[in-house]
Design a protein around this ligand. Structure first.
Ligand code: DAT
Ligand code: MG
Length: 148
């Protein structure tokens, strides 16, 4: 089953949105296989966002993502990578559809509440970066029989 890396960013943690966000993915029928509250070290932030190194907002992005704890998660399910991106909404909340996480809770691109992997390659890379093969729990979830 496909896995993706999702993370409630520091603004989402501070604004008490962890539960709301977890709840949305649970209700959708996805399965949580790893989660932790953590402070991201600068080096990990720079590596995670390495694809944006040359962008003018890179410094701000690293400062923001290291400005407080994040809630890092791995979720599993059929087509979870693309579906989670749809549930998150567009990167810039000015364009995020109502009903999406960013559409409901975010107002600016610099504080857009949630991160989600954008492809199978980035999911594998980000799960490896944040969970290093540890902390993932493989288990049978009976509710899957009612989802699939
Ligand atoms: P996403 O988080 O939807 O995958 P991305 O990978 O293009 O978006 O960018 C990573 C983060 O960088 C994004 O969540 C917020 C920030 N960001 C993107 N574009 C930005 C911009 N033009 N100005 C400021 N921050 C930006
Ligand atoms: Mg991205």
């Amino acid at each position: 089953m496909e896995k993706t890396f999702l993370m409630v960013k520091p603004d989402g943690v501070q604004r008490n949105l962890i539960g709301e966000i977890v709840s949305r993915f649970e209700k959708k029928g996805f399965q949580l296989v790893g989660a932790k509250l953590m402070q991201i070290p600068t080096e990990l932030a720079e590596e995670h966002y390495g694809e944006h190194k040359e962008r003018p907002f890179f410094g701000e992005l690293v400062d923001f993502i290291t400005s407080g704890p994040v809630f890092a998660m791995v979720w599993q399910g059929d087509n979870v990578i693309a579906t989670a991106r749809q549930m998150m909404g567009a990167t810039n909340p000015k364009d995020s559809a109502p009903g999406t996480i960013r559409g409901e809770y975010a107002a600016t691109v610099g504080k857009n509440i949630i991160h989600g992997s954008d492809s199978p390659e980035s999911a594998e890379r980000e799960i490896g970066l944040f969970f290093k093969g540890e902390g993932l729990v493989e288990y049978n979830k009976d509710a899957n029989n009612w989802v699939y």
